[in-house]
Design a binder for this molecule. Sequence first.
Ligand code: FES
Ligand code: FES
Length: 160
Amino acid sequence: MKRVITLTVNGLSCEVAVEPRRTLAELLRYDLGLTGTKIGCSIGDCGACTVLIDGVPSLSCLVLAMEVEGRDILTIEGLADGLKLHPLQEAFVEVGAIQCGFCTPGMVLTALALLEDNPEPTEAEIRRALSGNLCRCTGYQKIVEAVKEGSRKIQLEKKS
Ligand code: FES
Ligand code: FES
């Protein structure tokens, strides 16, 4: 039987009726139309479905919608400011860290949480943070460079 839950998604409060087995990934994609969150493996292996729950990277395919009652969710759609991309998104584009793009939302959100905790991570720290996000296309080097460049851009933006 469906139950109505309230949660905040990308700064907006939402009320949604969900079935007990609905996952957060399904809720975002199929009920809220936020298809930036990808579903790859559905078993917690690929990281494509990563979103931030109260600022913490979380695999939305393994989280039940009912568990996020009252929580604050950030998806990739919540990063840009209108047409202006977030500096970390800009960095991914500029460095060429996106090929098919399937892993990109999860990568960017995981990297964002890293940079909030650790604004100037080392390459090893970036690789460790992204170790749960799989990419079949890029070979990871460009993604690591994009996170470094994103770190630089965010620092510059804070100073200006
Ligand atoms: S779809 Fe969630 S980890 Fe792969
Ligand atoms: S860019 Fe294709 S899976 Fe990462």
